[in-house]
Design a protein around this ligand. Structure first.
Ligand code: SAM
Length: 174
């Protein structure tokens, strides 16, 4: 069974988080997730960026907005998804990744502002990627790479108008 990954972006704040949330979308798609759910007010600018990205670079990749992380999580769990929350207060990635890799359907939760305790409690795994504070974008990229074991680096995107090949690997000017 092919792996299914949904990213749940917790606590998106319109305006303040626009750029970071957009980058979460870019990383989620490029590193093998099939969908992102952003918890916050619907933002047509972010939706538009993702739509245009998929038109040019291929898909499938979907974006949805929702006001309730709990409802989204419950719905996904009812469909058999395991919840993986990325947080520096979790268990080290290197110690839990083999267990998580056994799950074919996962929802990866990444925060922005302080994440409420319910998210920790509702998650099947709370996973730390180092015990240092850094960024949801970095945490997502590292997690997906470990989950897919590097296979996502060769993912092919359907209906892409642009595909970079060896021809595009320009030699550096000296
Ligand atoms: N200030 C917030 C707090 O106290 O919870 C966290 C802010 S951090 C910039 C945003 C998100 O990045 C976190 O919710 C988490 O998903 C991710 N993150 C940051 N450092 C992490 C780490 N060491 N391991 C896993 N995820 C991390």
């Amino acid at each position: 069974m092919a792996k299914q990954v949904v990213v749940l972006r917790y606590g998106h704040r319109t305006g303040r988080d626009d750029r970071v949330s957009t980058h979460c979308c870019l990383v989620a798609r490029a590193f093998g997730a099939e969908r992102i759910i952003i918890i916050g007010k619907k933002d047509e600018k972010i939706e538009d960026v993702v739509k245009k990205l998929c038109e040019r670079w291929g898909g499938p990749f979907n974006i949805n907005f929702s006001t309730s992380w709990r409802e989204e999580l419950q719905r996904l769990k009812a469909q058999g998804f395991k919840a993986v929350h990325l947080t520096m207060y979790g268990k080290p990635l290197q110690k839990v990744i083999e267990d998580i890799k056994k799950c074919d359907k996962i929802v990866v939760i990444i925060g922005s502002k302080k994440v409420e305790i319910g998210v920790y409690e509702e998650s099947d795994y709370n996973v730390a990627i180092t015990k240092q504070p850094h960024s949801e974008i970095a945490a997502l990229a590292v997690f997906l790479d470990w989950y897919f074991g590097g296979k996502e680096l060769e993912k092919k995107f359907k209906d892409a108008k642009i595909v970079l090949t060896e021809k595009d690997e320009k030699p550096r000017k000296k």
